[in-house]
Design a protein around this ligand. Structure first.
Ligand code: ZN
Length: 51
């Protein structure tokens, strides 16, 4: 079975909540928030196992 690992990213600047996969997560960490462009850190993206 294919398990899609998704993370919930919440921007600390614009408060936008976005579901992202592993690839998108890496992109966000590299380029920042897709909405406002603010640099983000790993702590802004929840781990999929975290309730
Ligand atoms: Zn933002």
């Amino acid at each position: 079975m294919t398990t899609q690992r998704t993370h919930t990213f919440v921007c600390p600047e614009c408060r936008r909540s976005i579901e992202v996969d592993d690839a998108m997560r890496a992109t966000l960490l590299d380029v920042g928030c897709v909405v406002c462009g603010e640099p983000i850190t790993e702590s802004d993206i929840a781990d999929p196992q975290t309730p």
